[in-house]
Design a protein around this ligand. Structure first.
Ligand code: EPZ
Length: 426
């Protein structure tokens, strides 16, 4: 098992480029299962999660490889298995998204329930509700979803989501793109990752409008051709780098930033005293300069569905607030247990009180180095940010959590001047 040894208390400087988005790549790679001609997906990051998903897809008889440009070439013309085992799904929850494409292509699927994870129970009831409305027969038995299609294809329907679930939105859209007739999805998630996912499907011939709003309309087509698409940059990685700069009084430049998608994150760090300069001003591929103050100002925050503050940035924002002037109150409104980083941050000298899922962060002049343990993907990023701000040498253990969702973040931070070494956990 590996850990990071971090010598904190120094500022960062220089420029760094953001990799392709994990939460765009996973649904987009899954959607290539719908395509009857080979697909080419570029800017897919090298992550444990994308690796797991591609090996799961190979178990369905799909061939995949990276070419000399690092593009992922996927050939899903023939699907020879429709079983996604617990062994695979438990490693990567988003694997549950294979349900709709396997049903749409093969008329049947047996997919393990993903089970909970560190941040919450994470049910998939809304995924199943949507698939049922579109004509799937679903039975949950022995921890598996046993699914068949009543007809030869899904049948378009009107579906209302009671909450804007990102995964359920993506699952339902994948079922609807090859359905007979039109599907109206109300209450859809508006996250940028959903928009990117829909653009990728449209590149393969899907007929989708309204993506990015809460009413998505999908007009089913008989088949999809090749999906040729470049995955958007990872806005959560960009936000994580902003938080690292903010917590260490740094000035850095981040490349490949989609500023339009980061309004809430930028707004909160501006309220905390950071200055931002982006060129071009807005757009899909800007350079964003972050100029952090000597000391941040405490700022309250509550997570929300897009365009609110993303839950995937909550832990990183909290890490920055631990060294701010004043007291910040942070609410996690999306997941019921996404505060596992709090006790570990307190080990680094932070003063955070948790009460009924609300964190009160009393900012400290500085943090003090300590050995800490990552508990989940974004918690590991949060602990790295805090260790960078702490005086002395810290250890961040169980760094495999980080490798699931960040491509070479250690190398990127080292390039910015961080004293950070990856080594075997003592
Ligand atoms: C996606 O997870 C992301 N993962 C998560 O990122 C992200 O935190 C989340 O969306 C919210 O933005 C990927 O895209 C691979 P949800 P997902 O369905 O789709 C409840 C990261 O750190 N819910 O929008 O699983 C659920 O319990 C990860 O990169 C139901 O009740 O999230 C949660 O409270 C973590 N029933 C809320 O909805 C359902 O059927 C939002 O979950 C589905 C969800």
């Amino acid at each position: 098992m590996e850990m990071f040894v971090i010598e904190g208390g120094h500022s960062l400087k220089g420029e760094v480029a953001v990799s392709g988005s994990k939460n765009c790549s996973l649904p987009i790679l899954t959607a290539t299962l719908l395509c009857e001609r080979p697909s080419r997906i570029s800017n897919v990051p090298y992550l444990a999660d994308t690796g797991f998903l591609l090996s799961l897809m190979e178990s369905f008889g799909v061939s995949q490889k990276r070419d000399e440009n690092n593009d992922v070439l996927i050939d899903a013309r023939s699907i020879t298995s429709t079983v996604a085992s617990y062994e695979m799904v438990r490693k990567m929850r988003a694997s549950v998204l294979v349900l709709a494409p396997l049903l749409a292509r093969a008329g049947e699927a047996k997919v393990s329930l993903p089970g909970g994870c560190a941040i919450g129970s994470r049910p998939v009831d809304l995924h199943l509700m949507g698939l049922k409305k579109l004509g799937a027969d679903l039975k949950v038995q022995d921890g598996y979803i046993h699914a068949t299609l009543k007809n030869s294809s899904f049948i378009g329907a009107d579906i209302e989501l009671p909450l804007p679930s990102v995964g359920a939105t993506e699952q339902i859209i994948m079922a609807a793109v090859l359905a007979k007739g039109v599907t109206n999805l109300f209450g859809a998630a508006k996250e940028p990752e959903v928009v990117d996912f829909c653009k990728a499907l449209i590149s393969a011939g899907a007929k989708i409008t309204g993506h990015g709003t809460s009413h998505v309309v999908i007009d089913g087509v008989s088949s999809l051709g090749s999906m040729v698409y470049q995955v958007a940059p990872d806005r959560i990685e960009a936000g994580t780098l902003i938080a690292a700069a903010a917590a260490t009084a740094s000035t850095i430049t981040i490349k490949n930033v989609c500023v339009d998608d980061m309004a809430s994150v930028i707004h909160h760090f501006e309220k905390a005293g950071c200055l931002f300069k982006s060129s071009p001003e807005l757009g899909e591929n800007s350079e964003l300069m972050v100029i952090a103050p000597k000391r941040l100002t405490a700022t309250n925050m509550e997570t929300a569905a897009h365009p609110g503050f993303p839950t995937d940035m909550q832990a990183q924002f909290m890490a920055a607030m631990t060294v701010a002037q004043g007291t910040s109150v942070i609410y996690e409104r999306i997941f019921e247990n996404r505060m596992m980083h709090v006790p570990e941050l307190n080990r680094l000298g932070a003063r955070i009180e948790l009460h009924r899922g609300v964190a009160t962060v009393v900012g400290q002049e500085s943090l003090l180095a300590a050995p800490v343990m990552a508990t989940d993907l974004r918690a590991s990023a949060s602990l790295i940010i805090a260790a960078l701000a702490a005086q002395g040498q810290s250890e961040v253990r169980r760094i495999y959590h980080l490798d699931r969702g960040y491509e070479a973040l250690d190398k990127k931070l080292t390039k910015l001047g961080a004293s950070l070494t990856r080594c075997t956990q003592t």
